[in-house]
Design a protein around this ligand. Structure first.
Ligand SMILES: [Ca+2]
Ligand SMILES: [Ca+2]
Length: 435
């Protein structure tokens, strides 16, 4: 008998995926360790008269099952672990994909393809080949509308409790509803609220698509304003008696969009000052509210404007040293038009100047006064050289104020006398037109 190492000795055949084993239970040695297909060296017979049984046993084989997210087909991602299946040549694996598929579907995945054999993989006979299978998925989506109210973790389809659940974040209504608000507060200088706060808002809504795997939200529609209203109307500041507002109106804001900032305004009310005099018995006259403008006071031409009281024998002078204008030149008791306040929050001081420092008697009833003797206006109509004398009575009526004030002011404010004269001539014109 030939030694087993003799190249011409017979070999035990190679069978893919199987290993021949001798009577001692040991695997036979390949004839060429680098190429088992050339067969195995037969074991040396214990008794050449007896046959030697050779058994073939199945080799270990491996398979893998990979679960893959192909939502982005350009960037497939493995979901969880790769399942490794171990078996032996020719065996059928008991592994099935159904369990993991169900788990993933419950997490929002949608099965695309499963190439693992339905009846289980039969391990192949190729020892160095790992049989690889892939199960692919995309993502389920659901639509959220402004009206949708959902709870994370609950089934998207109530009739399918094994189906996907709403992901976290879907209860965030700002995905589908956003408001742009306007708030206007009305306070005094100490910050105390003095009128009801004004509120307005514009609501924007949209519909979104929710990825049920990761909760990612994608707009399905543009934001649209409810009722197409994208405007905050102008807001008039409320009128508060005795006070004036820092702003009469909060301007309208138009073309609001979902990204517009909220409007927050504060209107501060300060107390209105008044006209004050040093005269005993004459109470301060507060600046009157303007019913049409919370930030102002009545216009100097408004007929409702209060008057500065008439004091016989005296002429009221404003802070600019100019004598006040009689409201009604023919009726001194009607008082004087108050000067426009320079600052609504501050008092305006009216000074009463004695007319009588020249010994002139002022009866206060319109009696013409002794003509002036200072040469700047010998008669009142000197300022109106083109006029006839028909206005003599009129001139006489205003002259108690005019002539005496001219004198006293001449003493106090000589540089202002030109303005006083011009003012009086204007009054005279007006009065002559009236009569
Ligand atoms: Ca294999
Ligand atoms: Ca509006």
């Amino acid at each position: 008998m030939l030694p087993v190492t003799d190249p011409s000795a017979p070999v035990i055949p190679y069978v893919p995926g199987l290993t021949p084993v001798g009577p001692d239970g040991e695997g036979l040695q390949p004839k060429d360790p680098s190429d088992p297909s050339q067969g195995y060296l037969p074991p040396t017979p214990i008794d050449p008269g007896q046959s030697t049984p050779i058994n073939y046993i199945a080799n270990p084989q491996l398979a893998t099952v990979t679960y893959q997210d192909i939502e982005d087909p350009n960037a497939p991602m493995t979901i969880g672990i790769v399942d490794n299946l171990a078996g032996k040549t020719g065996e059928t694996s008991a592994y099935r994909t159904a369990t993991r598929i169900a788990e993933l579907v419950a997490k929002g995945y949608v099965l695309q393809e499963d190439n693992y054999p339905t009846a289980g993989v039969v391990f192949d006979t190729i020892d160095d080949n790992v049989q690889a299978f892939t199960v692919t998925f995309t993502h389920a989506t659901a639509t959220l509308t402004p009206e949708t109210t959902v709870t994370p973790g609950t089934s998207v389809d109530a009739d399918n409790p094994d189906g996907p659940k709403w992901p976290s974040g879907v209860d965030d209504k700002s995905q589908v509803i956003r408001n742009v608000s306007e708030t206007v507060t009305y306070v005094d200088v100490t910050g105390q609220q003095v009128a009801e706060t004004h509120h307005d808002s514009v609501q924007f809504t949209r519909t979104v698509t929710v990825d049920l795997v990761n909760g990612t939200v994608t707009p399905a529609t543009d934001w649209t304003a409810q009722n197409g209203d994208t405007t905050f109307d102008a807001v008039n500041s409320p009128l508060i008696n005795g006070f004036f507002a820092s702003k009469a109106v909060i301007d309208a804001v138009t073309n609001l969009n979902v990204d517009s900032p909220n409007v927050v305004e504060e209107v501060v009310y300060k107390q209105l000052g008044g006209w004050v005099t040093g005269e005993p018995g004459i109470a301060p006259v507060p600046y009157p509210n303007d019913p049409t403008n919370a930030a102002g006071t009545l216009n100097p031409t408004d007929p409702q404007l209060p008057t500065i009281p008439y004091v016989p024998g005296k002429t009221p002078v404003g802070p600019d040293s100019v004598a006040l204008t009689p409201k009604n030149p023919s009726v001194p008791a009607d008082g004087y038009l108050p000067p426009a306040p320079a600052d609504l929050s501050k008092d305006t001081t009216i000074t009463y100047v004695d007319n009588d420092n020249g010994g002139v008697t002022d009866t206060g009833n319109g009696t013409p006064e002794t003509p002036e003797t200072d040469g700047t206006g010998a008669t009142p109509n000197t300022d109106q050289p083109g006029k006839d004398q028909s206005g003599t009575d009129t001139i006489g009526e205003i002259s108690p104020v005019r002539a005496s004030s001219r004198r006293s002011l001449k003493l106090m404010f000589p540089e202002q006398m030109g303005r006083v004269s011009r003012c009086q001539s204007q009054l005279l014109k007006v009065h002559q037109q009236l009569v």
